[in-house]
Design a protein around this ligand. Structure first.
Ligand code: C5P
Length: 317
């Protein structure tokens, strides 16, 4: 390193995730829900760049790519603030300037805010020359949001349980899976979906069983085509679906339209609003997404359609 100036900017991709099955297995006294799910990290990612300002500067955030994304109270600033508060003499650390390029749709069930927060923790630690352990970062992350710990771990996939803090890593898929994401022009508010779910009949054990079956075959070695072939079993394995369509019946119609147009099962990720179709390869997902756009399918007006893959391939974000 001698002779080279210190890097002036730290940059990293903040990857999205999808849920493959989501079982609600219990409610805790604090109102949070016990879950069981498989999280799959996607190549789709936001991009964060951190530069160091002057000592007296406050930490600042500038967002491009999505005018709807809030700057005030953004989880990125809360993450940086939490790391500063936890650092010895954090007050004397210089201000950070953070540029966030949004590509992950907001309120879409792909944990965009949580992944940005996890990446911000990592980049801020590097920029300040701190060396927190992964356990430290996971603890900080878990306080910021239920999904943050998964991203701090940096896993390609994991079985996630508890309220999101219990993470059992799964190996990367043996070969890529193609993913088509269809995000309608409205998002879902996660707390409202959980609250609506509490007002409905408690779910049975089917989703939990489907998640466990997926985990078992994953551990034996699963590839993209193998995962895509499981889509029918995962379609009805999201326990939040009844609450989501009670709040937003347009999503039930959108799933019908997509299943008719794509001729394959369509899954809900997280608490929505993004719907997901799985393909044996990225090429097939690209072709399907391009076909949907070209055919101007009735019912898909305003729906953002993206093709991506799991994040074992680091696509340039
Ligand atoms: O932790 P996070 O801010 O991501 O969660 C958003 C909201 O989703 C929580 O305030 C809670 O209402 C709900 N939630 C839940 N159980 C979880 C995760 C989230 O009830 N395991």
């Amino acid at each position: 390193m001698s002779g080279h100036p210190a890097p002036l900017a730290w940059r990293a991709a903040a990857h999205a995730k999808i849920n493959l099955g989501l079982a609600v297995t219990g409610t805790r006294p604090d109102g949070y829900h016990e879950l069981a799910s498989v999280f799959l990290r996607l190549a789709l990612a936001d991009l964060l760049t951190v530069t160091v300002g002057a000592r007296a500067d406050p930490d600042g955030l500038a967002i491009t790519g999505d005018p709807e994304c809030p700057v005030e109270d953004n989880l990125v600033l809360r993450a940086v603030g939490a790391l500063r508060a936890a650092a010895p003499s954090g007050d004397s650390l210089p201000g950070l300037r953070i540029a966030l390029e949004k590509r992950i749709p907001l309120a879409g069930g792909m944990a965009g805010g949580s992944t940005d927060a996890a990446t911000a923790l990592r980049l801020a630690a590097a920029a300040w020359g701190l060396a927190p352990s992964r356990a430290d970062l996971e603890r900080l992350g878990a306080r910021l949001g239920a999904d943050v710990a998964f991203f701090v771990g940096g896993h390609a996939a994991a079985r996630v349980s508890g309220i999101g803090e219990r993470i059992e890593p799964l190996p990367p898929l043996l070969d890529r899976v193609g993913v088509v994401l269809a995000t309608p022009p409205f998002g879902m508010a996660t707390p409202a979906v959980f609250a609506a779910s509490d007002r409905l009949e408690p779910p049975g054990a089917a989703a939990a069983t489907a998640v466990d079956a997926l985990v078992a075959s994953w551990r034996q070695g699963l590839d993209g085509p193998g995962l895509a072939a499981r889509a029918a079993a995962l379609r009805d394995a999201n326990d939040l679906w009844p609450a989501v369509i009670a709040l937003e019946p347009r999503l039930a119609r959108l799933r019908d339209v997509l299943e008719e147009a794509l001729r394959r099962p369509v899954l809900l990720t997280g608490s929505g609003s993004t719907l997901v179709a799985l393909y044996p390869s990225l090429q097939q997902a690209h072709d399907a997404a391009a076909g949907l756009t070209a055919r101007r399918v009735t019912g898909l007006e305003g729906v953002r359609v993206l093709a991506t893959t799991d994040a074992a391939i680091e696509e340039e974000p």
